[in-house]
Design a protein around this ligand. Structure first.
Ligand SMILES: Cc1cc2nc3c(=O)[nH]c(=O)nc-3n(C[C@H](O)[C@H](O)[C@H](O)COP(=O)(O)O)c2cc1C
Ligand code: SF4
Length: 408
């Protein structure tokens, strides 16, 4: 099972700028199967059977989301590929585009057609200029081959695809803020419900899926949902792209079955802790991720309510004892301070105050009032903010205190 590759299978073997090389490896075979031998209902049924759930962090069942919009009788529907990806330490979606943009396009086309959308957007991080160029080239090649546009592969299916470049704001990865951004509004989250599947882009039912989630779709259509569901964890099957960085021998990108433990990822994939370094903790899922001590590394990397540690984007930062925790604290808090969209007071003020305290902490100027304020701010971020970004902003700080990584 260690070697099962779904998304990274052709990385390094094909030239991402040449559609023929993807086609030679069976690329766009899933789209052909979808158009010629399946129908949207059957495709969604296979995706539901696969157990695929969202790789954007929340782990919502992908097939169910597609079905909700497919069943909606609205004339206009949209499909959006979320390629925002601003979380520090997270770049898996960028790597998908760098290495095999067509697997993503094939997944987008199948997903969009399965819900009855005539228009799909790729919402790309404004800093991903190179990736935008790659996608533009890939889109031109695939349109030429009639994989999208009018009469796809000679059928009655039609789809337009547009790349929409954001400004690189972390909050615009949140689906309602993303929709606001595409609509030309300020990138702020909207109140949910209604969810985008009911009232989404320009008021129409919309599916927003993460790029990695979408890249699984061609494999599922070709091989069947049952086969996919047998890979990895029972609760959230499939593979996941993990990004291992920090104090490991072989930092890098690894596709592994879900349900794998952090320990196994570090020891068997990333070559173990870097020689001469002493493990301190691992941060799971980017700057908003939880911290795990050595005794906790046996937690399984899976999605769902039962999971012990949210795996988020799947990035794992291994921190050794030579790292200055105060600098790390400033880097976490500074990120959220900058990225808070400012819509709600608890996050706008809370993230800023936390960053100020982190700086005083580093400079040895922390007061008793600060110590009390940390508790209040962390509670406020956790319980009163408008969207999850506020909650995320305090996770690592809270864990660092709870696990005695940070002591007063
Ligand atoms: C602050 C914040 C940032 C987010 N950033 C991203 C992102 O960059 N990419 C992404 O796919 N999902 C991101 N999400 C999750 C999206 O709101 C949404 O759940 C996801 O795109 C759905 O796709 P999935 O079901 O395939 O995971 C973010 C959520 C929050 C709260
Ligand atoms: S929690 Fe932060 S990011 Fe979310 S709406 Fe409030 S200010 Fe904006």
């Amino acid at each position: 099972m260690k070697d099962i590759k779904i998304i990274t299978e052709h990385w390094g073997k094909i030239n991402p700028l040449k559609i023929e090389e993807y086609i030679n490896f069976g690329g766009y075979g899933a789209l052909e199967k979808f158009v010629l031998k399946m129908n949207p209902e059957k495709a969604i049924e296979e995706i539901q059977k696969s157990g695929l759930c969202g790789r954007g962090g929340a782990g919502f069942p992908t097939g169910d989301k597609l079905e909700m919009v497919a069943k909606n009788t609205s004339e206009t529907k949209y499909f959006i590929c979320n390629l925002e990806e601003s979380e520090p330490g997270t770049y898996k979606d960028r790597l998908i585009v760098d290495n095999n943009p067509h697997i993503l396009l094939e997944g987008i086309i199948i997903s969009a057609l399965s819900i009855g959308a005539k228009k799909a957007f790729i919402y790309i991080n404004g800093n991903y200029e190179k990736q935008k160029e790659i996608l533009e080239k890939a889109l031109a090649q695939s349109r030429e081959k009639k994989y999208w546009g009018e009469n796809i592969l000679g059928s009655a299916f039609r789809l337009e695809i547009e790349i929409y470049s954001g400004a690189g704001a972390y909050i615009c990865g949140e689906e309602t803020a993303l929709i606001n951004s595409v609509e030309g509004n300020r990138g702020e989250p909207k109140l949910r419900p209604p969810f985008p599947t009911e009232v989404g882009l320009f008021g129409s039912p919309t599916v927003v899926d993460n790029a990695e989630t979408i890249a699984n779709i061609p494999w599922i259509i070709l091989n069947g949902g049952k086969k996919y569901s047998a890979i990895g964890s029972k609760n959230s099957p499939g593979t996941k792209i993990f990004l291992l960085n920090g104090a490991v021998e072989k930092p890098g990108t690894y596709e592994a079955p879900t349900g794998i433990t952090v320990k196994k990822l570090i020891d068997e994939y990333a070559g173990g802790i870097k020689k001469g370094k002493e493990f301190w903790f691992a941060q799971i899922g980017g700057a908003c991720g939880k911290l795990l001590l050595e005794k906790e590394l046996k937690v399984k990397m899976e999605f769902g309510k039962e999971c012990e540690c949210p795996l988020g984007s799947g990035s794992i930062l291994v921190v050794d004892k030579s790292v200055n925790i105060h600098d790390l604290l400033i880097s976490w808090t500074d990120f959220f301070r900058r990225e808070s969209c400012g819509k709600c007071v608890p996050c706008r003020e809370g993230t800023f105050r936390l960053w100020e305290i982190a700086k005083r902490f580093r400079d040895g100027k922390i007061s008793d009032r600060d110590k009390k304020a940390i508790e209040d701010i962390l509670w406020t971020l956790d319980n009163t903010t408008f969207c999850p970004l506020g909650k995320f902003a305090g996770t690592a700080f809270r864990d660092a205190i709870a696990k005695n990584i940070l002591t007063f």
